[in-house]
Design a protein around this ligand. Structure first.
Ligand SMILES: [Zn+2]
Length: 375
């Protein structure tokens, strides 16, 4: 709340009509009738014990752009938002989804802190936000949404590049793989007679890895995030084993093809026996494509200030821009994360890259603001 109040104060000093709304979004609106408005933003909250740039970089870029427009006395209209709960402490991007009109009062009634179980209503009341109205956007007001963010991976840093123009935010499929066999004595059960649920799951793991290596795209990523054997003792053959398997890609067709390869690997494992493996879809997020026009504007600005040192790339992490992309044109700009470290106190970006990123972000805002509105 201290960060929100500080930020709201700074936005107010630029002349934006600023409020902290009923879900904790800080929203600053340009006043007067300017035609179409660009919306800039990111988030102020982060993960516990995390770094200083995730989210705050994009909100400060937005503030700096508004200040620069005011100082130069330019006629462009820009609104700014700092979206609550991007990191998912209570839900999934509740702030930006609320602003886009996708969150009901019942959703907030039911939301609880994933860390402490505290109801979100109570947390909002503790923060002094109980009973405040939520600000919901009119999509017709906006030409689109632009967000700057640290990359959080090491692609830019390890390639010696200074800017990433985000093409889309990846879709995610998460599965639970459960293997059932026969729990038995690890000393007396002959190898040929075993139905070892753990071994079956490990064989499937190998098979899935091979399928994905053969069928993945250049930026596909896949992860076995958790594996557990039951009962989990050195002298007992596992009767049951479970794993989570998640993969991400920005291409919806490739996601579908990879899901089919996963199904085929599970079917082959069940055909070979001797254990039964069930695969259950636990979560599915569709990819969000960024606006082509916004990508081009960001790329032109990047080329102007960092010739040859920028690249188009997907985002492997989720961002508020993926919510906005469902309602209005959206674009994102990445600056490098040193060593690819994020969600950690060592998270950092070179000062020169922060300054360059803000310059390019501002230049793209200018070029999009000068573009004639589509007829
Ligand atoms: Zn973030």
């Amino acid at each position: 709340m201290a960060a929100r109040m500080w930020f709201a104060g700074k936005l107010g000093e630029t002349g934006l009509a600023t409020t902290i709304d009923g879900i904790g979004n800080v929203v600053g609106r340009s006043v007067g009738d300017h035609g179409k408005v660009l919306l800039l933003g990111s988030h102020l909250e982060t993960q516990p014990f995390a770094g200083w740039l995730d989210g705050s970089l994009g909100t400060l870029f937005a503030l700096e752009v508004v200040r620069a427009i005011k100082e130069a006395d330019l006629p462009y209209a820009v609104d700014v938002g700092a979206w609550a709960d991007e990191e998912g402490h209570f839900g999934t991007m509740l702030g930006s989804r609320s602003f886009c009109g996708m969150v009901s009062e019942e959703t907030i009634d039911q939301a609880r802190s994933k860390a402490t179980g505290q109801p979100m209503r109570e947390a909002l009341a503790d923060a002094g936000l109980a009973g405040r109205e939520r600000v919901v956007m009119d999509p017709a007001r906006y030409a689109g949404y632009l967000e700057a963010h640290i990359e959080q991976g090491d692609f830019l840093d390890s390639s010696g590049l200074r800017l990433g123009i985000v093409t889309g935010i990846v879709g995610i499929r998460t599965f639970r793989l459960a293997s059932s066999g026969q729990q038995n004595h690890a000393g007396t059960t002959r190898m040929a007679a075993r139905r070892d649920a753990g071994a079956a799951l490990l064989r499937l793991w190998q098979a899935i890895n091979s399928e994905f290596e053969a069928n993945a795209g250049p930026t596909t990523v896949w992860t076995f995030g958790r594996m557990a054997f039951e009962p989990g003792a050195p002298s007992v053959i596992p009767g049951r084993a479970e794993a989570t398997f998640q993969f991400r890609d920005e291409d919806p067709d490739r996601l579908a093809r990879l899901e089919a390869r996963l199904d085929a690997a599970v079917a082959a494992a069940n055909h070979a026996g001797p254990c039964l493996i069930e695969s259950t879809l636990m979560g599915s997020v569709d990819p969000s494509a960024m606006s082509k026009e916004f990508q081009e504007a960001l790329e032109r600005s990047a080329e102007r200030f960092a010739t040859g040192a920028h690249v188009r790339m997907p985002s492997g992490a989720g961002h508020d821009a993926q919510v906005f992309a469902r309602c209005i044109p959206a674009g994102m700009l990445f600056v490098p994360s040193i060593g690819g470290i994020s969600h950690h106190p060592d998270e950092d970006t070179a000062d020169t890259d922060i300054v360059l990123g803000c310059q390019v972000f501002a230049d793209a805002v200018v070029s999009l603001s000068e573009m004639p509105a589509p007829a």
